[in-house]
Design a protein around this ligand. Structure first.
Ligand code: PEP
Length: 256
């Protein structure tokens, strides 16, 4: 069995001006700038990417991520941001298919698939979000939902491309609600996702793929969640906006 390095990403969503972003990143650089037990990714809004990128140009293990990108390379797409524009700012990761974008912007699996393609073409690693709603969980449809999101979202990619993709299991009922999946519920879903990746690609690919958990991760629950055998990191929303809280999540999750 291979070891999968943990990856913990902070999704700041539509929060932090450039000035606020600088304060948070300076705190993080001081507290976990050299931390290397996990890969750490900061995903500010587009408007703060340049400011954060500049701060991360010093020697640090913190990586820059974006929250979205266009499926198109360039052209008449008002308000959109291309992979090349992100690449120029040293963006290494991009969140694709977050449930808020699936819901508010009607992003579907086919579009998500094209966005993954655009990111990979620019050598930006996609963090691909999947997850079920509360009614889908209560009706025991969650496996079907995850299976469809994976099959359609990852259609056409090679095993080599999959090696650059991180998956994030984010049960929608646990995002921003303070309701966390129990470690057993999350582990069961992660195990299922890994099994599906095995069916779609290969046993080796399934063994290698990193799967983050997201949904109300906090300093108090990070360790129990991230020590489950199939949970390889976290995608943290609200709690990543506070330097101390985000640092505590990372340190608790990686404590020996
Ligand atoms: C998210 O938006 O990806 C997320 C997990 O949010 P929160 O941690 O606030 O639930």
């Amino acid at each position: 069995m291979i070891t999968r390095k943990k990856i913990i990403a902070g999704n700041w969503k539509m929060n932090k001006t450039q000035a606020e972003a600088r304060v948070l990143v300076e705190d993080l650089l001081r507290d976990i700038g050299r931390f290397d037990a996990a890969e750490i990714v900061l995903c500010p809004p587009f408007t703060a990417l340049a400011a954060v990128s500049e701060l991360l140009s010093t020697e640090t293990n913190l990586r820059l991520g974006a929250q979205n990108l266009s499926e198109h390379a360039s052209g008449a797409y008002t308000g959109e941001i291309s992979a090349a524009m992100l690449k120029e700012l040293y963006v290494r990761y991009v969140i694709i298919g977050h449930s808020e974008r699936r819901h508010y912007q009607n992003e579907n699996n086919a579009l998500i698939n094209r966005k993954i393609k655009a990111a990979l073409a620019a050598e930006i690693k996609p963090i691909v979000c999947i997850g079920e709603t509360l009614p889908e969980r209560e009706a025991s449809h969650w496996k079907k939902v995850l299976e469809t999101q994976l099959t359609e979202g990852l259609a056409g990619f090679t095993e080599e491309q999959l090696a650059d993709i991180v998956l994030a299991y984010e049960p929608i009922w646990a995002i921003g609600t303070g309701k966390t999946a129990t470690p057993a519920q999350a582990e069961e879903a992660h195990q299922f996702i890994r099994q599906q990746v095995g069916k779609l690609f290969s046993a080796a690919a399934s063994d290698r793929v990193r799967i983050q958990y997201g949904g109300s991760v906090k300093p108090e629950n990070a360790r129990e969640l991230l020590t489950q055998p199939n949970i390889d990191g976290a995608l943290v929303g609200g709690a990543s906006l506070d330097g101390r809280g985000f640092t505590a999540i990372i340190k608790n999750a990686c404590a020996e």
